[in-house]
Design a protein around this ligand. Sequence first.
Ligand code: COA
Length: 189
Amino acid sequence: MEAIKDIPQTVDTLIIRFATHIDLARISHVAQVTWDDTYSDTIAVENRRDFLSSSYNPTNLAEAIDTSGHWFYVAEMDDKVIGFGHFIRRYHPTQGRAELIRFYVLPDYQNMGIGRSLLNMGFSGLTQAAIKQCSVSVQATNHRARRLYERHGFVYYRKHGQFLGTQIVTLAQYIRPVTNMDLINSHNQ
Ligand SMILES: CC(C)(COP(=O)(O)OP(=O)(O)OC[C@H]1O[C@@H](n2cnc3c(N)ncnc32)[C@H](O)[C@@H]1OP(=O)(O)O)[C@@H](O)C(=O)NCCC(=O)NCCS
């Protein structure tokens, strides 16, 4: 797997590691800031608030820590959690499958290669668990994230709708094979 060669100096201190219970309040904070920045034009404020207060409530997030079938990584810089990527196992009768369900980096830290490091670490973890395919659903209008997924090997599969409070959000679902090529040593991060 290609190592990050062209990242700015500030990313030297980047650590990608599994989330712990101590990180949960900070993950919740990162989600709030990044959701407001990303979705203020497309998701009504009350729907954002309701979703964040349930899905990103530290008590609810705790179920994903140290739990089989969850790969919940945080990006830490200068002792601060500044992003996260959460993969979960999805049932399939014959093939190991997973979905990337949460992927956020604080606005001030975006476009520095941190998302890429989270994805690389995640795919490596999935490979070790014999997962063969990973999917992700992204708001169809989120062209930046869609382009990023496409650059990371995800292939468009279909569009589907999902209720978010009082509105329906159109999502684009992508699928990516996970192979031994995704296996990396953590020091390559
Ligand atoms: C999506 C997200 C998690 C990606 O994290 P990130 O840290 O910004 O991702 P990266 O920096 O690895 O890559 C982003 C872009 O920066 C570019 N980039 C990577 N390293 C770079 C560097 N050193 N210098 C300049 N640009 C760089 C990448 O080429 C990529 O460009 P692309 O979109 O044209 O492919 C983050 O941007 C984010 O939180 N966005 C808002 C929320 C969101 O959309 N989440 C996804 C929900 S499904």
